[in-house]
Design a protein around this ligand. Structure first.
Ligand code: ATP
Ligand code: MG
Length: 368
């Protein structure tokens, strides 16, 4: 979850009394919030339209448009409806409080301000607003996930149903060759669906940190143990595979199976997205207390504008050459989630039609 810094929070203070605005400014700057001071209701609406605040502290009695009216305007507008409004009033009257909540206010503070109380209430509202934003973002992600998954499952399902219908159709006479070719299409489509479902389940488990068993392991040895797998993948496309490992063990606190998945995904990508007879290089090297694991290729490369999206779920580069290769677009999301669980990071350098280099950095375990 992203931690919100006070310096990123923008609060609008609306009060017609200069002293009150100044007191509030002192209170908010103590916690390093960004804020803007406004003296009346009309100007407040203009300020909100210029920059949406995360919270509004709104005085009730002001000449001209009062606080209640300002709040009603904000609640009537789609763009400003969700900004939390906290009312400020000199009076501690029940009637005012009830009206404040009726027009959509989330809280109420009375003057004279008690610094600790104001800060506690502001912090609570900011936290709630951030949580609401996070929930909305998650809900959007969930919708996108459902759309993508159903789209990616629908295509292979149509293929399976189409061929199965042909095989079931009594009027269609099929030669053994036809049956074999149709079965192959059915199998390939089912395999695509299986990879998608397995990868999705895997990713959700990894993101939840489920089934991680961290213990000291040698990255050098893990690479050596996986060499037969890498050689097989590389040979399938006649790539030259170069491996440069340190002569000593490099120990990290890791999960063998999960780090194996990282290596497997990166080497498999390097081989998949490199035309036949290419070069793939795997290297492990120590830099102070960090180990760098690099997988480099001289293949298709990645366009600059695609790099920021590369680790997003389901993202695949949209070029004919990249799309000609089968994939679910989940491999790198899995890699990133695993690396994050290991307190490491992954970086990419790439040039279109020249090749790509993925570098994973992991903290090395100290001897003591
Ligand atoms: P999967 O890993 O599930 O088989 P995938 O390979 O499409 O599917 P990712 O591994 O997440 O998914 O990679 C996302 C996209 O990034 C790929 O579709 C490809 O377009 C691009 N990509 C990844 N690695 C490379 C690489 N070494 N060279 C060029 N493009 C790459
Ligand atoms: Mg992949």
């Amino acid at each position: 979850m992203v931690k919100v810094q006070n310096t990123d929070v923008y609060i609008l203070v609306v009060d017609d009394t200069l002293t009150n605005r100044e007191v509030m400014a002192r209170i908010l700057s103590r916690k390093k919030y960004q804020y803007k001071l406004i003296a009346n209701g009309e100007e407040a609406l203009v300020a909100v339209s210029q920059r949406l605040p995360d919270l509004i502290l709104l005085d009730i009695s002001m000449p001209g448009m009062d606080g209640f009216e300002v709040c009603e305007h904000l609640k009537a507008d789609e763009r400003t409806r969700n900004i939390p409004v906290m009312f400020i009033s000199a009076l501690d009257e029940t009637e005012d409080k009830v009206r404040a909540f009726q027009v959509g206010g989330v809280d109420y503070i009375t003057k004279p301000f008690k610094i600790e109380e104001v800060l506690a209430r502001v912090e609570t509202q900011i936290m709630l607003a951030m949580q609401r934003k996070e929930i909305l973002a998650l809900s959007e992600l969930k919708d996108q996930l459902i759309r993508t998954v159903s789209h990616d499952l629908k295509n292979p399902l149509h293929v399976i149903m189409g061929y199965a219908a042909l095989l079931m159709d009594g009027g269609y006479t099929t030669s053994p060759d036809d049956v074999q070719s149709m079965s192959k299409h059915i199998y390939n489509s089912a395999e695509r669906m299986y990879s998608l479902v397995t990868n999705l389940l895997e990713l959700s488990q990894i993101e939840d940190g489920v089934s991680f068993e961290l213990s000291p392991l040698s990255l050098t040895r893990l690479c050596q143990d996986m060499m037969p797998e890498f050689e097989m993948i590389a040979q399938a496309k006649h790539h030259t595979l170069t491996v440069e490992l340190p002569t000593t063990d490099i120990i990290v606190n890791g999960d063998t199976m999960r780090l194996g998945q990282v290596l497997s995904n990166l080497v498999s990508n390097a081989c998949k997205y490199t035309p036949e007879n290419g070069h793939v290089r795997l290297s492990v090297a120590q830099h102070n207390q960090t180990v760098h694991l690099c997988v480099e290729d001289n293949g298709l490369g990645i366009p600059k504008e695609a790099i920021p999206q590369l680790f997003n779920k389901f993202y695949r580069v949209n070029s004919v050459e990249h799309r000609a290769v089968e994939g679910t677009g989940l491999g790198l999301s899995i890699v990133k989630a695993i690396i994050e669980q290991h307190h490491g990071k992954i970086e990419v350098e790439s040039e279109l039609n020249k090749g790509s280099k993925f570098t994973v950095s992991l903290p090395i375990m100290s001897d003591n």
